[in-house]
Unconditional design. Structure first.
Length: 586
């Protein structure tokens, strides 16, 4: 027996807490000391039954967070949503080798870092992990098991007199010496601000203030967690990512987005990138939002009272209750509304005027397929849905019905992909094609070494693929004046105060364009002020700028080509129809 056990035995004997009955019917061969040892082990198992890691019940979003394989994860949301509890549980499960996603963290020798807003904030992080009270629990007197308190549950209310604070997330038995006095290296012991904590399984948790000048250089971590928004977030992220390289580790960031920290918002934007899921987990970013209304463990009346106090402060309500970011001054199009501009796809008509807009590039090229829809006839109005009626009823409205984003491409591949996209939609006629003015006028080398503009090279390849516009004089050019283009797009996508409708509609299948609306940002000066535009996440938005600055119009469609088998002398048109051309010259 250990020294601790022997001292307990002496104490039990002195206090006569073990009655004579304990020793009156010992199993054959058992000594009194062995009986006490068994009793103590059994009592310890009972005590472990109430440990927080064992009782923790994951809320649905928290479960997604804990089991996400992405190596960078953001955990955002409203106040009292449970995100601090979820993040603390991830810390505890990782450090004690009890994470349910087996193999994610080592069971021994785990190295973790926790970065708080300030030194005072580190005290809060320490208390979440090593002191009681992350939530409330009680021992159910008839079901004979520990329960996590659900405050609005009538059954739990009956036993309110039994409620008690939950045990520490990391129990004392996991401390290296079993005692905080010697297991914790303190920055300020009186204020409970730790430097590091060593556990019995050789795991170490290190604590850092986000206001510190010295960052954790030289250390290697399996996991780091930032709690709340840091003032110098960019430099902290850069340094912490470097500390994770050796162990291919994980970075988590939990916060209520009160400061609109750019780096925290970028984490959400990366998570929404349509290409994010195609990357390996080590390069993926996940972002989770927890809301207080989904937290069944807190009182509804208390939650409603808190929300009621913020009714007159919509910005605070937006952040603290709905878990949304404050107004984003760095976003180029902060007023883009997905619920207004994005609609479900419908079939285009022959009478709808179609346009192609291209932003060429060898590393990344974009194409938008745009239509200005014909006004609805009386007969058509009876058949179409409300959203299609909105598009057809808004004079001059632009509809983006498809998109292409190609990487490491050339004019020939782009032309083939454009033809494939056109053939996937109902037949229609193409009015004209637009290309970026600056790139389109650049000179390159065409076939047989002849000098040709980039626009001419792309035009020739599209014509070879029977992409034949009504205006066959060549590309129209999109303006290179970025400020003018941005303002023009804003005029199209912002809703009209008269009818509440925008002049820009986007099919929901155009996921990349929708993503770019949420992701394209302004550059920042060293002081953090907006300055110019970022070069990333704007290829399809460049195409949209070219389209909006041209003020595209609806054009009366030519006669539709005859169906196969009918008498006609338009053999050329028939050949074009059969090969899938989108416009049929007279």
């Amino acid at each position: 027996m250990t020294k601790n056990r022997l001292s307990l035995l002496d104490m039990l004997k002195k206090l006569e807490q073990l009655s004579a009955d304990l020793f009156s019917s010992l199993p054959p061969g058992w000594s009194e000391e062995e009986a006490v040892e068994f009793t103590l082990l059994y009592l310890e198992l009972l005590e472990r039954d109430k440990e927080t890691i064992h009782l923790y019940e994951m809320l649905p979003v928290a479960k997604e967070y804990h089991f996400s394989e992405a190596h960078e994860r953001g955990l955002s949301g409203s106040n009292r949503a449970g995100k601090s509890s979820a993040a603390a549980m991830e810390d505890g499960m990782a450090a004690t080798g009890q994470h349910p996603a087996k193999g994610r963290y080592p069971t021994e020798g785990f190295q973790g870092a926790l970065v708080g807003l300030s030194q005072a904030h580190l005290s809060l992080l320490y208390r979440h992990l090593f002191e009681k009270g992350l939530f409330k629990i009680f021992f159910h007197p008839t079901q004979y098991e520990w329960k996590v308190v659900v405050e609005d549950d009538p059954e739990h209310q009956k036993f309110k007199h039994l409620w008690e604070p939950s045990q520490p997330v990391i129990p004392r038995r996991f401390l290296a010496t079993g005692d905080p006095e010697s297991s914790v290296s303190w920055e300020n012991k009186k204020e409970k601000i730790p430097n590091s904590v060593m556990l019995i399984n050789d795991s170490i948790l290190r604590f850092y203030s986000g206001l510190a000048v010295a960052m954790p250089q030289g250390h290697r971590f399996h996991r780091v967690r930032i709690d709340e928004e840091l003032i110098d977030a960019y430099n902290w992220l850069t340094e912490l990512r470097a500390r994770l390289i050796d162990f291919d580790g994980y970075l988590d960031w939990s916060a209520t987005p009160q400061r609109a920290t750019e780096e925290f918002r970028l984490m959400e934007i990366r998570a929404k990138d349509p290409d994010n899921d195609k990357k390996p987990p080590s390069q993926q970013t996940a972002f989770f939002k927890m809301l207080s209304r989904d937290n069944k463990y807190i009182s509804k009346s208390g939650r409603d009272a808190f929300e009621d106090k913020l009714v007159d402060n919509p910005e605070e309500l937006k952040v603290r209750v709905h878990g949304e970011f404050p107004y984003d001054t760095m976003l180029v199009y902060p007023d883009f509304k997905e619920n207004i501009n994005v609609i479900e796809p419908y079939q285009l008509l022959w009478e709808d005027t179609r346009y192609i807009v291209i932003d060429p590039g060898s590393e990344e090229a974009g194409v938008l397929f745009v239509a200005v829809c014909a006004p609805a006839t009386e007969a058509l109005s009876a058949k179409i849905g409300d959203k299609e009626a909105d598009v057809r009823g808004k004079e001059g409205a632009i509809l983006v019905y498809d998109e292409l984003l190609l990487r490491n491409t050339n004019a020939q591949i782009l032309a083939q992909e454009v033809k494939f996209k056109l053939n996937s939609h109902t037949p229609g006629f193409l009015q004209d094609m637009t290309i970026d003015e600056r790139a389109g006028r650049q000179t390159g080398i065409g076939q047989r070494g002849m000098q040709k503009t980039v626009g001419a090279v792309f035009w020739d390849e599209l014509i070879k693929m029977s992409v034949l516009p009504a205006d066959d004089r060549g590309f129209r050019y999109g303006t290179s004046d970025k400020d003018m283009g941005v303002n023009k797009v804003k005029m199209y996508h912002c809703h009209d105060l008269k009818d509440g409708l925008p002049k820009l509609f986007i099919f929901s299948t155009c996921k990349r364009l929708i993503y770019e609306f949420k992701a394209w940002r302004k550059k920042r000066t060293r002081q953090g002020n907006p300055s110019g535009y970022d070069e990333k996440n704007c290829t399809l938005l460049d195409c949209l700028r070219y389209a909006c600055t041209r003020d595209l119009e609806w054009v009366t469609a030519p006669s539709r080509p005859p169906q196969a088998g009918t008498a006609t002398n338009l053999k050329a048109n028939m050949r074009a129809w059969q090969t899938g051309s989108v416009f049929f010259r007279k």
